[in-house]
Ligand binder design. Structure first.
Ligand SMILES: [Zn+2]
Length: 371
């Protein structure tokens, strides 16, 4: 189509050709709201950042200019990102971070782009507040809602959006995407399997220093837990401490990320002031969530190790193993089955209730490893 532009940032999103072709065509004359719908790890976030860059760049997403660079890092003053705090996106968040900016002049000349991650977590009041904005959309704004559970969004909100579908990515696709990026085939295969079809997570596993540390800690915790009740308590202690360390480390990383935008007195430079303040708020929220996120990743890794243990005894070969490079943990099978259940219960409980005592929940889960 003639309105379609060449957009290097959009072309660089892998594995979602139909969705990206649609967005590429939308850059020239965007609709006011899009719902990017599809499973976790299919590249919705990558696509949202790329689309935001394309909308904020004078050349439709060249991938090289200041606007593109800032948008891809989510530091562009005209890019507003909202994500759940705890389990929900609250109405105050929608008011303060969407409504407030939607009807004001953009910080920099040009469009404003609002990204709502995990949009299905809008609670009813927040969804209502968003709906009012979508019903009278400011002319210079584009809203991108992301969701792996679009059926949980109110129909009234969905009907205001153009739905762009993202498909699940196959393990083979993830392996080839990683090997093309220079990762060794063995490491790529392991990351693809461990991430359960989630490209973003697979990429983090191979690139981040912390990548496999979650699994190392899960291995250690299971070794302790099988020693008996005292070991189970030590296992919980180990994970609680790991989570605390992780939060502190994350806070350093986030500070370092902001450093280039601060002057010598540690104040945001004028041009970035509002954007940096929003980013600092988001960082605070991420730090608050960090310990829960960490615990969840360790539990997920422990659950995968225990599943491998069960699969190995029922004659499952390497095809069904998740941890391709490790022998399953030395836990009795009856214990492994019970523990997988207990660990999944613990994950669900921690996701549901932010006031639970993490240590207690972990102790209860690890006590069930011995069988
Ligand atoms: Zn550009």
């Amino acid at each position: 189509m003639s309105s379609s532009v060449s957009s290097p940032v959009l072309s660089s999103v892998p594995g979602q050709d139909d969705a990206m072709a649609f967005l590429m065509q939308a850059v020239a004359r965007p609709h006011h709201a899009y719902l990017l719908a599809g499973p976790e790890g299919g590249g919705k976030q990558l696509a949202a950042r790329a689309f935001a860059a394309a909308l904020l760049c004078d050349r439709g997403g060249c991938g090289e200019c200041r606007a593109c660079t800032l948008a891809l890092e989510e530091h562009h003053p005209n890019l507003f990102v909202v994500e759940p705090e705890g389990r929900d996106i609250h109405v105050e968040t929608v008011r303060e971070e969407i409504w407030h900016y939607a009807y004001r002049t953009a910080p920099e000349p040009g469009r404003k782009v609002f990204v709502l991650r995990e949009a299905d977590r809008l609670n009813p009041a927040a969804a209502d507040a968003l709906l009012k904005v979508l019903e009278e959309p400011p002319a210079d704004s584009v809203f991108l809602l992301l969701s792996a559970r679009p059926h949980e969004l109110p129909e009234t909100v969905v009907s205001r959006c153009h739905v762009v579908s993202f498909r699940p990515l196959s393990e083979d696709f993830i392996v080839s995407a990683l090997t093309e990026a220079g990762v060794s085939p063995e490491r790529a295969a392991l990351a693809a399997r461990l991430s359960g079809g989630n490209l973003g997570r697979a990429r983090r596993l191979v690139t981040e220093e912390e990548g496999l540390a979650f699994r190392d800690q899960a291995v250690e915790a299971l070794e302790l837990a099988r020693l008996g009740p005292a070991g189970a308590l030590s296992a919980a202690e180990l994970v609680v401490h790991g989570a605390e360390r992780y939060r502190k480390g994350l806070s350093h990383v986030l500070d370092a990320e902001l450093a280039p935008y601060l002057d010598e007195k540690g104040r945001p430079e004028e041009a970035y002031r509002a954007a940096i303040r929003r980013l600092q708020d988001r960082h605070k929220r991420r730090e608050r969530r960090a310990e829960r996120d960490y615990v969840d990743r360790v539990l997920l890794a422990a659950s995968a190790l225990l599943r491998d243990r069960v699969a190995a005894t029922v004659g499952g070969g390497p095809d069904v193993a998740i941890n391709l490079d490790l022998r399953p943990p030395d836990v009795p099978v009856s214990g492994a089955v019970a523990a997988v259940g207990a660990i999944e219960e613990a994950r669900a409980a921690l996701a549901e209730d932010l006031n639970l005592n993490v240590r207690l929940v972990l102790e209860q889960a690890f006590l069930r490893v011995q069988g």
